[in-house]
Structures are given as structure tokens and as C-alpha cells.
Design a protein around this ligand. Structure first.
Ligand SMILES: Cc1cc2nc3c(=O)[nH]c(=O)nc-3n(C[C@H](O)[C@H](O)[C@H](O)COP(=O)(O)OP(=O)(O)OC[C@H]3O[C@@H](n4cnc5c(N)ncnc54)[C@H](O)[C@@H]3O)c2cc1C
Length: 287
């Protein structure tokens, strides 16, 4: 199933994102958790693409296995980091041969220890170049990333949006946002994207908070903000994991309900490989 076709079904599209574990026993455990999640019938699941080596092989293997053995529509993330065009073509071909038909085409973050992204010789500088390459040479449904609060390297809204338009025009079928906690940022972003002529579905990406320190680290890294009222609520119960879980799930549920009520095409959950919080929020949404 190509993900772009799901948006024509006239109902919200739900998806769960995972990352490839470090070793084979972790992969088996995660695979079991994804099998469990199948009962919740997400529309698709996706697996992130890491910085290199065996974790990349695990992404390819995991996506192929989810598609083949669990029968869930699976999307492979793919980044330009450290890859030449030929290497990207080889990864794309392997995915295609395994029956994977959906790819989230990304530039990727700079590798650990490096402050800026640098394309390898014969590689791509921007995700838009990867999108165009996939569009020209394969028949994937291609997703792209977008940033309601702008990308960390481009704090100028209009410029970041102009770059996004180039990416979408290169062949993006749908967009998934970076995580955010204030829906106003999403609605404002969608309005400006539509005004700029970007018409593809823009799926909000949500992460139910289960740990304050962790979320502070993430938001700092990706440039998203933690709204003051949510931060205060989390700080008040920081020593009580059960209460943090409740506050995190309540916030994510309220966010998702409002987003869907006001026309968002679905919700993409950043699960961090732990399905408990996502499952809780998702169940509440289906009630
Ligand atoms: C849903 C989602 C999933 C992700 N999954 C992964 C993953 O699996 N693995 C991983 O490593 N990272 C992942 N990331 C993080 C992502 O790789 C980083 O945010 C990265 O820094 C940017 O990737 P991009 O594809 O958005 O890049 P791009 O769209 O290329 O944008 C990167 C920067 O370049 C600028 N830019 C774009 N085009 C141009 C142009 N033509 N001229 C000048 N400037 C330009 C943009 O404004 C932006 O600042 C994910 C992010 C999201 C939102």
C-alpha cells in the first residue's frame, strides 16, 4: 500500500515510528512489540535511519520484515548522510526488492561530533535532491520532513518554507512534522504552507512525554519549544513516573483530539520504541 492513497480514505491516518535497536536481541524484542501493536491497526509504521553501519542494515531488515511478516504497511526512513548517489540507489533498490513502497526522504543530521552537515562527494546536499532522485529512478511513495517551528538551521520562516516548497515540488507525496507541543504552531505552519502553494497532506508528529529530562534534551536538539504550562505540570511531578506518564498522555491526547477535530489528516506518533504511552493515547483517541 502506498501511504499517499491512505489520505484519500476519508479518515485519520495513524502511524507509529520506531528506531532500529543496537543488537539482534533488541530487534527481536521490538519486533514483538510491533506485532502487539498490530492489534491496534495503525495505518503504517516507520523505522528511522541511523548514522551508519549495522544500524542502517537493521533499518532495512526491520522494515522489510514488518512488511513481509506482520503485513503492516512499512515506511523506511533514508538519509543522505555519508552516502553517494550510487549507495543511495543500492539501498533504495534493496528496499524495493523487499516489497517496501514507502520512503521518508531526509537529509539527515550531522554525524556525532560534527557541527554541520556536509555532503559526501557524489552525494546530496538537501533532502529535495534525494526526493528528485527517488522520483526519477523508482516508484516509491515519498514522504518528507517539515518543521512547524522552523528547522534549527534556518530560523527564517519564509526561507525555510521556500526550501520546503522546492522539496515538495521535487516529488514529496506527504509531509510529517517534527514533534511540537503547541497546536497553534502547527495550524500557523499549515496556513503558511497552503499560502505558499504546498498542497500535500501535512501529518502532525506527536511524542507523548514520559520523561522530563529526555524531552528537554530532544526539544533543545530539534529546536521545538516546551510550552510553559506543560513544563510546569511536568516539573511538579518530575519524581513520580506514573504522574509524568499521566500528564504526558493527557497532553498528547488533547493535542491529537484538537488537531483531528480541526482537520489534520492523521497523527504520526514518535514512540521511542516503547509502545505503552502511544498505546494509551491511541486507545483514548479511538474511544
Ligand atoms: C518526521 C521526521 C523523521 C526523521 N527521521 C530521521 C531519521 O530517520 N534519521 C535521521 O538521521 N534524521 C531524521 N530526522 C531528522 C532530520 O534528518 C533533520 O531534521 C535534518 O537536520 C534535516 O532533514 P530534512 O530532510 O528536513 O532536510 P532538508 O529538507 O534538506 O532541510 C535541511 C536544512 O536545509 C535547508 N535547505 C533545504 N533546501 C535548501 C536549499 N535548496 N538551499 C538552501 N537551504 C536549503 C532547510 O531550510 C533546512 O534548514 C527526522 C525528522 C523528522 C521531522
Amino acid at each position: 500500500m502506498r501511504i499517499r492513497d491512505l489520505f484519500d480514505l476519508g479518515r485519520p491516518v495513524f502511524s507509529f515510528e520506531f528506531f532500529p535497536p543496537k543488537d539482534d536481541s533488541g530487534v527481536d524484542a521490538l519486533f514483538g512489540r510491533i506485532q502487539e501493536l498490530r492489534r491496534l491497526r495503525p495505518d503504517f509504521v516507520s523505522v528511522t535511519y541511523g548514522a551508519g553501519g549495522s544500524t542502517r542494515d537493521r533499518t532495512i531488515a526491520l522494515v522489510s520484515r514488518i512488511q513481509r511478516e506482520i503485513g503492516l504497511t512499512a515506511m523506511a526512513h533514508l538519509t543522505c548522510v555519508g552516502h553517494t548517489k550510487e549507495e543511495l540507489a543500492a539501498v533504495a533498490q534493496t528496499l524495493h526488492d523487499a516489497g517496501v513502497r514507502n520512503v521518508l526522504a531526509l537529509r539527515g543530521d550531522p554525524p556525532k561530533g560534527e557541527s554541520a552537515f556536509r555532503a559526501v562527494e557524489g552525494g546530496f546536499r538537501y533532502a529535495s535532491e534525494l526526493v528528485g532522485f527517488l522520483e526519477e529512478n523508482f516508484d516509491f511513495c515519498v514522504g518528507g520532513a517539515c518543521y512547524p517551528e522552523t528547522h534549527v538551521e534556518c530560523r527564517d520562516h519564509a526561507l525555510d518554507l521556500a526550501h520546503l516548497k522546492i522539496k515538495v515540488d521535487a516529488g514529496v507525496d506527504f509531509l510529517v512534522t517534527q514533534l511540537f507541543f503547541d497546536n497553534a504552531d502547527y495550524f500557523r505552519f499549515v496556513d503558511s504552507a497552503r499560502a505558499a502553494g504546498i498542497t500535500v497532506p501535512i501529518v502532525p508528529g506527536l511524542m507523548p512525554v514520559t520523561n522530563l529530562e529526555q524531552i528537554q534534551r530532544f526539544t533543545k536538539m530539534c529546536g521545538a519549544k516546551l510550552p510553559e504550562p506543560l513544563l510546569k505540570r511536568l516539573e511538579r511531578c518530575a519524581g513520580d513516573p506514573v504522574e509524568v506518564f499521566r500528564v504526558g498522555c493527557d497532553h498528547a491526547t488533547a493535542q491529537a483530539r484538537e488537531l483531528l477535530d480541526r482537520g489534520a489528516p492523521g497523527v504520526h506518533f514518535y514512540t521511542l520504541n516503547r509502545s505503552t504511552a502511544t498505546r494509551e493515547v491511541y486507545k483514548r483517541l479511538l474511544e
